[in-house]
Design a binder for this molecule. Structure first.
Ligand code: SF4
Length: 325
């Protein structure tokens, strides 16, 4: 049995909502509310959900851009959830993030060469000459010419900037990369180039990915397993094939039914989602999906379903789903 690279247990990130005369905390935003997941070495776990479901917050907790409210983040057996910035330094070498908008992480006043050299300087790796050699190697790895090093990020197209973001994430040879909607802002033709690049790099460096997306179609080809997130919780988790072939949770079924089918002869029965995602500041009682679920019963409004195994590799949180006989 493979030992997981990352094990997340009952992770919570509750943000205080402040207001009033003295700007006191008057409520909580339950952005991440008790998430469990694992990622194995060299594996891709797709994490899918609508905007505001907490998936990016979860990614930022795992990279420790946020300090979680509660829970465990075991990376290679060490719980890093509450470590200080100083204690986190070795972890930061091993876990990197690729952002939806690479400009978010790239300082526009620095050349690409300076941006790619920076991680080595921060971690005290190599001298000037070896660092420049590494920068040239990184540019080559992501398919950019060596002359890119002297140019500025704004001189590049969106797809090229994402390649720079990927090069920077790979600089310190991480084992886990959190990809936060890395292709959502790109044209469809460029999306497939970046996805292919990520898959090639995974094979070359045995990288593990947490691939965050709001679109199930995007994660289909890149993911070994897929987790579906709704209002701060995982509602279903299974292998990529099982999620698409036999989704068990009504939310997943609606997301899959919404994927456009390129073959006009195949008729798909659509189960449109009703209403908007409720606010994570006051999530509905019982099953948090009951306000939109076409199959909800009275029980769903009062009792929250547990995420239970329905099969060897398939988990779902719904009262209508039980273990297979
Ligand atoms: Fe729908 Fe009830 Fe299942 Fe929730 S528990 S997904 S409301 S049927």
């Amino acid at each position: 049995m493979t030992t997981p690279l990352l094990e997340v247990e009952n992770l919570k990130m509750h943000f205080p909502v402040k207001g009033g005369l003295f700007n006191r905390a008057k409520a909580k935003n339950y952005a991440v509310d008790g998430v469990n997941l694992t990622i194995n070495p060299g594996e891709t776990l797709g994490l899918v959900g609508e905007s505001g479901c907490g998936k990016s917050t979860l990614g930022r907790c795992i990279t420790r851009l946020y300090r979680p409210t509660d829970g465990v983040i075991n990376f290679k057996g060490t719980n890093i959830a509450q470590l200080s910035s100083r204690q986190l330094l070795p972890y930061r070498q091993n876990v990197q993030m690729i952002f939806q908008d690479p400009m978010e992480s790239l300082n526009a006043r620095h050349t690409v060469g300076e941006l790619l050299e920076e991680p080595f300087i921060i971690h005290g790796i190599g001298d000037r000459q070896s660092r420049q050699k590494s920068v040239a190697g990184l540019l080559d790895t992501v398919g950019l010419p060596a002359r890119s090093a002297t140019r500025y990020p704004f001189e590049f197209s969106g797809g090229q900037r994402q390649r720079i973001g990927i090069a920077r994430a790979l600089a310190l040879k991480p084992e886990l990369v959190i990809c936060d909607e890395p292709v959502s802002a790109l044209d469809v033709s460029i999306q497939s180039q970046i996805l292919n690049l990520l898959m090639d790099l995974q094979r070359e460096f045995n990288l593990a990915y947490l691939f965050i997306a709001h679109d199930l179609a995007v994660v289909k080809h890149i993911s070994d397993r897929v987790a579906i997130m709704y209002l701060g919780k995982i509602s279903e988790q299974a292998s990529s094939e099982a999620i698409y072939a036999a989704p068990q949770h009504p939310y997943t079924q609606s997301l899959i039914a919404a994927i456009p089918n390129p073959d006009p002869h195949i008729k798909v029965e659509r189960v449109p989602l009703q209403g908007d995602v409720p606010s994570p500041i006051s999530p509905p009682p019982g099953c948090s999906f009951h306000t939109r679920c076409p199959q909800a019963t009275d029980r769903c409004a009062v009792a929250a379903p547990e995420l239970i195994p329905t099969d060897d590799q398939h988990w779902a949180a719904c009262h209508l789903v039980g273990p297979r006989p």
